[in-house]
Every structure is written in structure tokens, then in C-alpha cells.
Design a protein around this ligand. Sequence first.
Ligand SMILES: [Zn+2]
Length: 482
Amino acid sequence: MGKVKREKWSNEFSEWYNELLETAGIIDKRYPVKGMNVWLPYGLKIMRNIEAFIRAEMNRTGHEEVLFPALIPETEFQKEAEHIKGFEDEVYWVTHAGLDPLDVRLILRPTSETAMYSMFSLWIRSHADLPFKVYQIVNVYRYETKHTRPLIRVREISRFFEAHTAHVDFEDAERQIKEDLEIFDRLAKFLALPYIISKRPDWDKFPGAFYSLGAEIMMPDGRTLQIGTMHNYKQNFAKAYNIQYETETGDHEFVHQTTFGMSERLLAAVIAVHGDDSGMVLPPTIAPIQVVIVPIPKKDASVDVFAYAREIAEELRKAGFRVHVDERDIRPGRKYYDWELKGVPLRIEVGPRDVEGRKAVLARRDTFEKIPVERDAIVEEVKKTLDAIHENLYNRAKGFLESHIKRVDTIEEAKAVFEDRRGIVEIPWCGDEECGLKMEEELDAKMLGTPYPEEKAKAPEGKKCPVCGREAKFIARFARTY
Ligand SMILES: [Zn+2]
């Protein structure tokens, strides 16, 4: 029986990650535009399974899917001042049609606020149109100047999820943020990903937002990865794009707006958080193949292991599982290696003795544990074992996250954490931007923000801001981030 090894995974994470994306068939990064990658069939299948869950959640909560053009006129893009400032450095411009310069230059969307909101102002007329909830999953483009990394920091985000909503007032927009958090929580459980939510400091909120929330997970090297954001815009964009509705009393009011964003970083998180030195370990919920059956033929055996494997596969398919029988003419060990790399959660091995004795052996990808089962109990045992794998992945990741969050009182203690095993450091903070930025500089880390919901953000009584020495109002979280 193998043992779970996570040495390379934790000590040489970057190398581990880059190699695995290729060897497991997720993406090919040899495409000749920096920061833009090709999705391979296996990677795309996993991503589609994640998207199917998101779409179902959007339907469940009354969002409608839309599809906007990728090009936005410069004139629309420039309507919200903060927003342009936040994105102008990183947009791609379309300046020519053929050989002729365009009258109005176009940008390739870095996100779709400025594409959507001039249309919202045409569509939203009365309070009866509200709440208005739409979403799309599209490509967006950002000229990243930092080091690019597949699925994590790319110049073409190819699976960008964005939900946009409009509401009668601030309270209803706040209800939407709560709903987003609930959807995110269900998605995170579906992916077996434990996470934390922080309210971003003012200097790091989304350009044009009233406030921003970010969801982070813990990567194997102790850095955090943002995998979801929710923003309350108040009426900032509504005023810039003239999105008004008629109230019940006949007055005209600007709508309140929110957005909720995610991307293929969800897949990066799944790969990173659950993996080990043998490759990926996929949660059964999104694995394109949940069970792989490996027949182990022996010379001169009088029974047909292939027929037996196919028969088991058929029964499992009927019960709703995604199953593959590996009938390639190569050694079983090689097959195990391939499927372990690709993270198939459960393998079933069948040899001549299993056929004779009406048995099989289950091999768990997460623990490498082998479980002998009776042929007649296979469907039930597979279901039970896949559930157990999902639960184990979640609990292991939760333990890892929790062991990487440390509360300290001083900058020195915080520095020690970053030198040691990294992770997230929670420090008392007076709430002033100056002190926050000072801590970022001293720690060479980013302030993720304050814990959310806000009840959790208050500093315990008597705690002092380590920069200015005044009474701390908040707990601030710092981390080295992707
Ligand atoms: Zn301070």
C-alpha cells in the first residue's frame, strides 16, 4: 500500500504545479502568447463540471444568463472615474479596423461593468423590474505585468464568471451579498475547499466599489489565493451610467448594484489544495472519471477479467457514476500511475481471482488505502467510499488552513510567522490606512482585510495597534498572496 507523500507538493510547489498541469492534461502553456494558455480536454471537462454547479446555483437563485460582446467603446469605459483608473494600465486596445484607425477606440473587456451598464439603463424602468439579476461566463483580458502563472495570473482569463445585480435600495443589495456568500459556501463545499472571507481595506477594493469582499484559500506554500469576490457598488455605477427606476410613488431613483466574480482560479485551488506528490486528487463531485476500473489479466487464466470489468462498469454507470475501464495493453502499474496523476478518486482492480470469488479491490486515491469488496456490494461500497473521500479531502484541507492562521500582537511575531511556515497572520489594527500600509511594507505582505462578517473583525479589548500604539479597532489579516 502506498503512502501519501507531500514533500515536493509543499517544498517545491511552483515546479510541482507547472509540471502537473501538463502531465495531467489540464492546459498547454506553449501557446505563443505570454499569459494565454490552451485548455486541454481533461482540464476543460473538470472546469465544465465546476461551471455546471455554478449555473445550477445561478438558476436556483433567480439569475438569468446573458452574453455581452467582448469589445467595449472607449466612451463607455470612461464613464466611471475610479473604474478607469483601476483598469487603464491593463486593458488591451483595438485601435484599427483593417488599415483604418477607428473613430472610437475599443477595449477588450477586462470585466464587464462598462459593457453592461449602458444596457441596464435601457432595460431597467420600474421598481417591478427589480431585483435585476444576470450573469455570464466569458473570456476577459488583462495585461498583467506581474509574473504570469497558468489558471492563476493570466492575460486571458478564459472562464470568467461575473454576476451583476441591481436593486431598489442598499438593504436589498446587502441581501444579495448574503446570497452570494451562501452560493459561494455551497460551491466551496462542492469543491471540498475550506476558505476565509475578508473585507478588503479601502485602498484595495474593486475600482468603483463601495466595499469589496474576497474569499481566500491556503496554497501548499503558505501563500493565499483569492478565488472569489463580492462587491457592493452602492449607486456609484448607476449614477455614472444613469440606471434609474420609477418608484411606486412615481419618483425616479438610481439603483443599487452588486457583483460577484470567480474564474478558473477555482480549478487552480482544487489542484493545489488537494494534490500530493503523485499528482492531482479530484473531489468526486467534479472528477470527469470518478471510478477507473483496471482489469489485471494473467496468462492461462480461464476467466475473462475484461468482461467482468465491463459488467461492473455498466452497473456503476446505471447507478449514476462516471466510470472508465482501462483496457490499454500496458502494465497495470503504468495505468495506476496515469490515473493517480489525473486524480481519479477511486480505482477498482479486478484480477482472475476476483472474478472467481465474485470480488474486487477498491483503491482510494486520497489515502492509497485498498479495500476488498464483494461483487454484489460494489455500488453501495463505491458510493460510500466516494463520499468518504470527499469528506477526507475537505477535512485535511481545513486542518491545513487552520494550522496556517496565526494571531499575533506585534510586527516581530508576524515577521517570524512569515519566515517560518507563512500562512495568514492576524494583527490588531487601529483602522488607519497609514498604519495598514506600514504593516504591509514591514511584513512584505498584503493586507487581505478584516474578517467578515463584521462581528468577527473587532479587536479584543485592550489590544493596541503595533504601528501607532493606539487602541486597535480591528483584526487585520496579512498574507503573501498569489
Ligand atoms: Zn495604527
